[in-house]
Design a protein around this ligand. Structure first.
Ligand SMILES: [Zn+2]
Ligand SMILES: [Zn+2]
Length: 391
């Protein structure tokens, strides 16, 4: 068995010279992500969720021709540097909810594209709204031997719990058993998600939903598998034969842009310790916060973790760390390799010899889950509290 770092929700900005995701950086193309991005970050597995686009498929096929990507006997795709590309599609169901389907091979991707051609308005673009309902998407995923995941489940924008249902079975009925994982999303963590009883049936994934190189791997998972393959990944989600998710790594929920409800007119963020959805000042509806929503729909006041639920470790991207500027970043990268190496494994004594002790102090605090956060909200990220903010 081996350990692998995986970020499984990554968007493509541009493919075949065409825009795939309007809000994504042009730098986010497949060649960049596979050759440079994953190495800088330290990922061994990357899930691209725009494989529904024929342009992205063409990029994949070109990389195979160039020898940059190698298909294995089972149809898995491994890069020259040994990184696995997990084929995925993020899709918006008729109900207006986002789901991710991971597909086993390029054949399945092609079948998906053929079917979706008539079910979406613009198949080239990312995360298209389809005329298919959530249960139909589950069936299609099953036919293609795919893995069905509820994307950013708690976000008010297109998350299943965030904007659609109180319980997945309300929306999915019997087919709820075909859901293989819930993606926590940026403003939720394991403690929050495990206050809802039915989540005990699902694995949790923590992914970046990156639209830009900076955000790649701002959240990631540590997987224990017998090798890099779709079949191994499926076993990791169900916890079969010693395969499992060892840990989730993600942003502190307080750092998220939508942690608490927000009134765009009065520009205030909910402050009380109760779920708040209307503005105290103007009485209008607020944009619901992830925390407020979970508080309103939860079963338990405190988290009830099922046996074997992996720990959730709070992480902030290195550029969020006070005093860690470009020069310090370059020095750390030269000494320790990837960002994940710096965050998780680099020796702190060695680090103290090459960068300011205060930077090492923050990294140490982060590893111990002790980093203090100034909350974000209203569309703005939170910040790491500087040590000298204390006095
Ligand atoms: Zn989405
Ligand atoms: Zn997305």
């Amino acid at each position: 068995m081996q350990l692998y770092y995986a970020d499984l929700h990554v968007h493509i900005g541009r493919a075949q010279g065409r825009k795939i995701k309007v809000t994504a950086s042009d730098k986010m193309n497949l060649a960049y992500i596979l050759k440079q991005g994953v190495l800088e970050k330290g990922l061994q597995m990357v899930g691209i969720v725009d494989c529904g686009s024929p342009m992205v498929l063409q990029d994949i096929e070109e990389l195979i021709e160039e020898g940059e990507l190698r298909p294995t006997r089972n149809g898995d795709l491994i890069s020259r540097r040994g990184v696995m590309l997990l084929l995925g599609v993020e899709i918006e169901s008729r109900e207006g909810v986002h789901f991710i389907v991971y597909l086993p091979d390029l054949e399945a991707v092609k079948t998906w594209q053929k079917i979706m051609q008539r079910k979406v308005t613009n198949p080239i673009l990312s995360t298209q709204k389809t005329s298919m309902g959530a249960t139909e998407l589950i069936d299609l995923a099953a036919v293609l031997r795919g893995i069905f995941v509820v994307a950013h489940a708690f976000t008010p924008h297109r998350g299943a719990y965030g904007c659609w249902v109180y319980r997945l079975y309300e929306g999915l009925g019997q087919r709820v058993h075909h859901v293989m994982a819930i993606e926590l999303g940026l403003s939720a963590d394991t403690d929050m998600a495990d206050t809802i009883k039915e989540t005990r049936n699902y694995a949790f994934l923590s992914n970046s939903d990156a639209h830009s190189p900076a955000n790649l791997a701002r959240e990631y998972n540590l997987l224990r598998m017998g090798g890099l393959s779709f079949a191994e990944f499926r076993m990791a989600l169900t916890g079969e034969k010693g395969r499992r998710i060892m840990a989730n790594y993600g942003m502190h929920p307080l750092l998220g842009k939508y942690h608490r409800s927000y009134c765009p007119q009065c520009r205030v963020i909910a402050q009380t310790d109760q779920a708040t959805f209307t503005c105290d000042i103007c009485g209008e509806q607020m944009i619901p916060g992830v925390w407020d929503r979970i508080l309103a729909i939860r079963d338990y006041d405190i988290p009830h973790h099922p046996i074997g639920r992996p720990p959730y470790h709070y992480r902030v991207p290195l550029h969020f760390i006070p005093e860690l500027g470009p020069k310090t970043y370059a020095r750390l990268r030269r000494a320790f390799g990837s960002e994940i190496q710096i965050m998780e494994h680099a020796d702190l004594e060695m680090m103290r010899r090459i960068v300011k002790p205060s930077v090492v102090h923050y990294i140490e605090k982060m590893r111990n889950n002790e980093l203090e956060i100034i909350p974000g909200g209203g569309g703005y990220y939170g910040k790491v509290k500087k040590s000298d903010d204390d006095h």
